[in-house]
Ligand binder design. Structure first.
Ligand SMILES: Cc1cc2nc3c(=O)[nH]c(=O)nc-3n(C[C@H](O)[C@H](O)[C@H](O)COP(=O)(O)OP(=O)(O)OC[C@H]3O[C@@H](n4cnc5c(N)ncnc54)[C@H](O)[C@@H]3O)c2cc1C
Length: 389
């Protein structure tokens, strides 16, 4: 079994690392202090995204993307995940279900998004529908050949920089007909209700939307009526692996900072790393990262070697669960090693500590991942997770 990264993988990893160090890290403090970036800074980063061929890095060549392998995509996510304040979100991806659109939808939405001319956010969650999307109240009804969509959506990430919203609605209010619609933010009847603040400093906003009888042409339906979950499954698989890789990158950066500090910080006449209490924390952090990386890279390899879609979805839950919880434990230790400095907002470790808390919540909470894994064990047997074929 050859587990090494090949030269192409290594080149992409090195290129993305350079991008993060040159174009994300230097803007972190600006983002923290102004709770966002100036137009000028955003413009500089966005231009670099294209120079480094990182735009829409989750898309295949045949869909107009750069065609990175799944393992290469994880390597990219890992490097970007080292940046704080969610600056990785400036590196735009294109919402996966759009590749299942009609030729016209691909022309009007997917290709311009890949090129960075448009941007799409994804709205599933509602006041009463979180972990259980069957509780969604947003409904769409066909009236005189047009869809009429009404409802409310919460936590719509990056909506402030998007012109398109992929809305998960129930046709005729029927939970058996979950369906995706492409809504334009300037469609009459679409309003931003509120822009709440969150624990992390994130480069963009998570807005709340109201949809009041928004009239949509038939061409705004993505896929077929009732296909909402099927299309969303691809998105969840993709974003859960993405989160796992981000968390691994975040844990690595925090550990590197803590390791350097432990070597240089002298108390009681010696570097603090010479105290076993500190050394053992660093040891645990390194081992946890090693385990997370092993899961992640193995999955990347499997995804690129024909892992069945349903199994990929099942694996994504395990990898997201482990990596997000691992990052919480590791970065907490990094804060501890840094002492008071680890509690200062100007320190990347403090920001990482806040940033990664949401990774145990969004794209399915840790409890929901455990429920998926438990269900898969019941259905397919333990070997899905404990075996190696
Ligand atoms: C910063 C941020 C950005 C987000 N971005 C988006 C976005 O862009 N688009 C979008 O649609 N959504 C987004 N979300 C929403 C996110 O996906 C939901 O918050 C998440 O799915 C959990 O739903 P909830 O908050 O309603 O919690 P609930 O579902 O109400 O859960 C509350 C608690 O109950 C637990 N729980 C629920 N059901 C079970 C069960 N069956 N078994 C055991 N425990 C259970 C949960 O794990 C949790 O601990 C975002 C959230 C945040 C915080």
């Amino acid at each position: 079994m050859d587990m090494r990264l090949d030269p192409a993988d290594q080149a992409i990893q090195a290129r993305t690392r350079e991008f993060a160090e040159r174009y994300l890290f230097p803007y972190e403090l600006e983002c923290e202090e102004r709770q966002g970036l100036s137009k000028k800074s955003l413009g500089i980063i966005r231009r670099a995204v294209k120079e480094y061929c990182l735009n829409a890095y989750n898309h295949r060549k045949e869909d107009g993307g750069p065609g990175y392998t799944p393992l290469q995509q994880l390597l990219i996510h890992e490097e970007l995940g080292k940046a704080t304040c969610g600056l990785w979100a400036v590196v735009w991806t294109a919402t996966l279900p759009l590749r299942h659109g009609t030729a016209r939808q691909r022309r009007d939405y997917l290709l311009p998004i890949i090129a960075g001319k448009r941007r799409c956010c994804y709205a599933i969650t509602e006041p009463e529908a979180g972990s259980d999307p069957r509780m969604v109240k947003t409904s769409a009804r066909l009236k005189k050949g047009r869809w009429e969509l009404s409802g409310e959506k919460w936590f719509v990430t990056s909506a402030d920089v998007c012109d398109l919203i992929l809305v998960h609605a129930h046709v005729d209010g029927d939970p058996e007909k979950p369906t995706l619609f492409v809504v334009h933010k300037d469609d009459p009847g679409v309003t931003v209700k509120r822009v709440p603040k969150f624990m992390h400093t994130y480069v963009f906003e998570h807005q709340e939307f109201l949809f009041d009888r928004v009239a949509l042409a038939p061409s705004r339906l993505l896929g077929k009526v009732g296909e909402g979950y099927e299309l969303t499954k691809d998105w969840f698989t993709d974003t859960r692996f993405q989160i796992a890789a981000h968390c691994t990158g975040a844990a690595i950066r925090a550990t590197e900072i803590a390791n350097d500090f432990a070597a240089s910080r002298v108390q009681f006449g010696r570097p603090i790393r010479d105290f076993q209490a500190i050394e053992f924390m660093l040891a645990d952090m390194a081992v946890e990262i090693m385990a997370a990386k092993s899961m992640l890279y193995r999955s990347g390899w499997e995804l690129g070697n024909g892992l069945e879609r349903k199994l990929a979805h099942a694996r994504a839950s395990a990898v997201k669960l482990y990596c997000s919880e691992m990052a919480g434990r590791v970065i907490d230790k990094a804060v501890q090693i840094l002492g008071g400095r680890g509690y200062m907002r100007e320190n990347p470790v403090e920001r990482l500590y806040r940033d990664i808390r949401v990774d145990r919540i969004w794209e399915g909470t840790s409890e929901i991942q455990r429920a998926i894994i438990g269900g898969q064990i019941k259905k397919r047997g333990l070997g899905l997770y404990t075996g190696w074929v």
